[in-house]
Write a protein that binds this ligand. Structure first.
Ligand SMILES: Nc1ncnc2c1ncn2[C@@H]1O[C@H](COP(=O)(O)OP(=O)(O)O)[C@@H](O)[C@H]1O
Ligand SMILES: Nc1ccn([C@@H]2O[C@H](COP(=O)(O)O)[C@@H](O)[C@H]2O)c(=O)n1
Length: 293
């Protein structure tokens, strides 16, 4: 079913309560001949395809990972071997930069700002995404929230896939990274709910105590969300209110990805080109104002 048909069936008014879709989302369904040739890359002499890159942003504990997990499950990808997956997911947290000794000591006391763009190695993230777009197999580090550093021995091999999801609080913050996405989702969950989820998660899974979690939230997480993350909502093509609770929105996105997966390589290339060219802030859109958040 095409997106316009879905819009007609659901009704535009109710559709907007399910998720917010910017006008450029529909461009993904526009069948128009592109002047750009079909793009194939070659790795070790093997022809590989450029994956469809989906950025998933949103505040801490908004449900970004859970939304990505649901998408993967509904597409039947979780049960598959990693080498067989057509849809894969990466976390921006794997690209936190290595801290200096002084920063590490501050981090142990909950006094380091992990929500500031400077906490990330955006150049490394950009390089890895470019390799993924070139159809290469990449190694993505595993982040350890207890030691506040990249795990020295664990990493994930990301094999070439058709669709790659990248989730993180600031995936739309860095312009060069943002412009690589063919589709951008923003998980929009109310801040009380996010705090209520973050507290138990950080205590149970990230080795923190209540006082540390609340201090970090008030001193760094909340102000940085307002300064750096929330303003990037305007770049999203699709806004998902209530995160993983929004089954209808997730189903629509899953349906979009399923349709994409069924297409021929030439059609995929066409959709990637159209999707990327409608990215706010990209050269093709220079001068057009983004929707205010
Ligand atoms: N819809 C939901 N209902 C209840 N708990 C949820 C829901 N979505 C996420 N959670 C929980 O909230 C916490 C944060 O979710 P997560 O998906 O990791 O968020 P993010 O990736 O945005 O930080 C996790 O413990 C997760 O299990
Ligand atoms: N060592 C670290 C690294 C990050 N954080 C916090 O994680 C949040 C981002 O991850 P989400 O899954 O919540 O999106 C971010 O808000 C950082 O504050 C941390 O506490 N310690």
């Amino acid at each position: 079913m095409s997106m316009s048909l879905i819009l007609r069936r659901v009704g535009v008014g109710s559709f907007h309560r399910i998720l917010s879709v910017k006008y450029n989302f529909k461009f993904l369904y526009t069948h128009k001949m592109s002047e750009k040739p079909v793009e194939y890359t070659h790795t070790n002499g093997i022809e590989s395809k450029t994956p469809f890159l989906i950025g998933v942003a949103g505040g801490t504990a908004s449900g970004k990972s859970t939304v990505c997990q649901r998408i993967m499950e509904k597409l039947g990808q979780q049960q598959k071997e990693h080498t067989e997956r057509r849809v894969v997911c990466i976390s921006q947290d794997s690209f936190y930069r290595t801290l200096t000794t002084a920063e590490r000591m501050r981090a142990e006391r909950g006094q380091f700002n992990f929500d500031h763009p400077d906490a990330f190695d955006d150049k490394k993230l950009l390089a890895v995404l470019k390799d993924i777009l070139a159809g290469k197999k990449v190694e993505v580090p595993e982040y350890d929230y207890i030691s506040n550093s990249i795990h020295p021995h664990h990493s994930h091999t990301i094999y070439p896939a058709d669709v790659v999801l990248i989730e993180g609080i600031l995936v739309f913050y860095f312009p060069e990274v943002r412009e690589l996405f063919h589709m951008k989702l923003f998980v929009d969950t109310d801040s009380d709910t996010r705090l209520a989820r973050r507290v138990p998660r950080d205590i149970m899974e990230r080795g923190r105590d209540l006082e540390q979690v609340l201090n970090q939230y008030m001193n760094f997480v909340k102000p940085a969300f307002e300064e750096f993350c929330l303003p990037t909502k305007k770049f999203a093509d699709v806004i998902i209110p209530r995160g993983a609770d929004n089954v209808v929105a997730i189903d629509l996105i899953v349906q979009h990805i399923s349709e994409y997966l069924k297409r021929s390589p030439a059609e995929k290339s066409q959709l990637q080109y159209i999707g990327a060219s409608s990215t706010p802030g990209s050269p093709q859109r220079a001068g057009q104002a983004g929707r205010p958040h």
